[in-house]
Design a protein around this ligand. Sequence first.
Ligand SMILES: NC(=O)c1ccc[n+]([C@@H]2O[C@H](COP(=O)([O-])OP(=O)(O)OC[C@H]3O[C@@H](n4cnc5c(N)ncnc54)[C@H](OP(=O)(O)O)[C@@H]3O)[C@@H](O)[C@H]2O)c1
Length: 338
Amino acid sequence: MSLPPSSRFRFTDDLAICRILNGMWQVSGAHGAIEPVRAVDEMFVYHAAGFTTWDLADHYGPAEDFIGDFRRVSAARHGAERLTEIQAFTKWVPHPGRMTRRIVEEAIGVSLRRMGVERLDLLQFHWWDYSDESYLEALDHLAELQHDGKIRHLGLTNFDTERLRVIAEHGVPIVSNQVQYSLVDRRPEAGMAAFCGKHGMTLLAYGTLLGGLLSEKYLGRPDPLRAELNTASLQKYKRMIDAWGGWALFQQLLAVLKQIADRYGVSIANVGVRYILDRPAVAGVIVGARLGVAQHIADNARVFGFDLDSADLAAIEPVLAKSRDLMTLIGDCGDEYR
Ligand SMILES: NC(=O)c1ccc[n+]([C@@H]2O[C@H](COP(=O)([O-])OP(=O)(O)OC[C@H]3O[C@@H](n4cnc5c(N)ncnc54)[C@H](OP(=O)(O)O)[C@@H]3O)[C@@H](O)[C@H]2O)c1
């Protein structure tokens, strides 16, 4: 299997990515036990299928080490020159406090060593508390490290539109912001997507499949008990669905998506991903991968084989119109973490 050219996105001048990124929070341990050798073997299957772009973080358990292992074995099998075919986007999620050059440099050094790279493709920065403006200090140090060749590009995760503006005015060049974005959570459309469009930034979406809830598996099912939701991801997005409008409305959404999916011979998940990929400013959708435990490669590849038309969008809209406004309820993207 190989993916069509439409699966690729020119993320920056020097980096093309797969528009479905493989999410590695799912190897952190909060989504079931992961066997490291099997997991790294499985990474080759994703890569060979065209899913060459990985999203990870310093705090996703062994994720950065898996990238390191994957690269080492890849280099041995196919030659070091083909390592450029892998894109690995990590994050730095520091504990609050002062951000000295030393603290920032040490943290980036750990990621470089674990991932076995001389330069991070993309470092996505998270910050817990906007009342502590040291995030600007941290970004200045990151920009220096970028200048020194340790980081190729700087991104953010879970920053709101107001802070994107502060950072843009501060003058640190940012290429992307990673945020929750799905049919259920469309907060990026309130202002962030337009801001990104104007400032040459893109969005990387997560939570698009709601941890797997946006699928045939949950169509027609009664409201699941908490004990049935056996990953951190399922629990997190079930709470989001409850805030958005509840399980009955979610069933209406699944039913409409199923009709659309049947029209194209694809899955509900495919429609959910296609919808977000087509939204302004979106570079890619991150789909969590429980490496060595569960796999949806063939299904997710179908996202690149169909397009949604205006009749499909018109069928979805009345269901979404019945939902609560998460901007009012939670705040802008990332406010759920603060
Ligand atoms: N920046 C942040 O704060 C943040 C937060 C959360 C996530 N993320 C990133 O986003 C990634 C995705 O995580 P997420 O929590 O948002 O999960 P998600 O992608 O919404 O859901 C992942 C789950 O969806 C199911 N799935 C995947 N493809 C499917 C298909 N074609 N049909 C049916 N089910 C399918 C799988 O479930 P099974 O394994 O059960 O089959 C998979 O484990 C993370 O790994 C991470 O990289 C970032």
